[in-house]
Design a protein around this ligand. Structure first.
Ligand SMILES: [Fe+2]
Ligand SMILES: [Fe+2]
Length: 307
């Protein structure tokens, strides 16, 4: 059950419906609100990939390559899994939801935390590491707030100059709504989770899935203007969720979650970065090195821990 808005709070700028009564006898009628309504969200029935395809998608986010806290030995373990595990043979797609590299100049003093201080070398090294993944796997890569694109959302795909080092990789914007074998996937890096944590009582950094539920319930990925999520004023609001997805995936806060919300499979993808000094200061414990694999026919999920 979702908390009622009166208990959970409302996001700045979110659009709600209200019902109530106008007081009579006043010169300026006053609307006495009895209830607040979000867009109705019924039980979603998922489209599945055909049985014959037996195909899976693997989800990961926030690799943060170039940072000193990138977990290289665990990556090697994952590469071995991709090459040898029977389940890996079914993985046709590897969806990376942003912060593929740690970037340069993202926050003051970042140089101290970087193992690779050149941005192009970070992307080059990420391309090299993805080469180790078997070639039956196609990579889909979104940018995040550490990537070399504008921070304002919606973010465009990475620059062609960066893309040229990569093979088997499709570069998309953030957010991106795409379909794999008929399964509709809404992928979003998740920067606005920071705003949901700051505003709604039900959402904390250890429960990013509550922010994802709140986004689905509002049909909007980032409703608040002027908060922690930089937004670009576009002619059409691309952060709206016009169609309820079969799979909704985010990253950004370095947690991990797999579960259902009203028929949508929600995946909060894990990171490949160990706890940073900043997270230690905040007392936040990330959940790194967990690969989430989803069978696109049965929607059976597997969370494989490489720590
Ligand atoms: Fe990140
Ligand atoms: Fe991020």
């Amino acid at each position: 059950m979702s908390l009622h808005p009166s208990l959970d709070g409302l996001m700045d700028d979110e659009i709600v419906g209200v019902s109530g009564n106008f007081s009579s006898g006043e010169r300026e009628p006053i609307l006495w609100v009895q209830n607040i309504h979000k867009p109705p969200l019924g039980q979603h029935s998922k489209s599945q990939a055909g049985e014959e395809s037996a195909v899976s998608a693997a989800f990961l986010s926030d690799v943060h390559l170039g940072s000193k806290t990138f977990l290289a030995p665990q990556w090697e373990k994952m590469v071995q899994w991709f090459k040898n595990d029977p389940l890996a043979k079914t993985v046709k797609y590897f969806v990376l939801t942003g912060d593929g590299v740690d970037g340069v100049g993202i926050y003051p003093g970042q140089e101290r935390h970087l193992a690779i201080t050149d941005l192009f070398n970070q992307y080059g090294e990420l391309a090299r590491m993805l080469e180790d993944i078997p070639d039956w796997v196609d990579v889909v890569m979104l940018p995040g707030n550490h990537d070399a694109v504008r921070p304002a959302e919606p973010q465009p795909a990475l620059d062609p100059e960066v893309q040229q080092d990569y093979s088997n990789t499709t570069f998309v914007g953030n957010p991106c709504d795409f379909s794999l074998h008929g399964v509709r996937i809404l992928s979003y890096h998740g920067k606005s989770i920071d705003d949901f944590v700051a505003t709604l009582r039900s959402v904390t950094y250890s429960k990013p899935e509550m922010a994802m539920r709140a986004m689905l319930e509002r049909r909007h990925l980032a409703p608040s203007w002027g908060g922690k999520t930089p937004l670009s004023p576009e002619p059409e609001d691309r952060m709206v969720i016009p169609v309820v997805p079969d799979i909704f995936v985010t990253g950004h806060v370095h947690g991990h979650f797999v579960g259902d919300h009203k028929g949508t499979l929600m995946v909060h993808s894990s990171t490949w970065q160990d706890q940073t000094d900043f997270q230690r200061m905040l007392g936040f414990q990330p959940k790194p090195c967990i690969l989430t694999v989803v069978n696109l026919h049965t929607f059976a999920t597997e969370s494989i821990d490489f720590v």
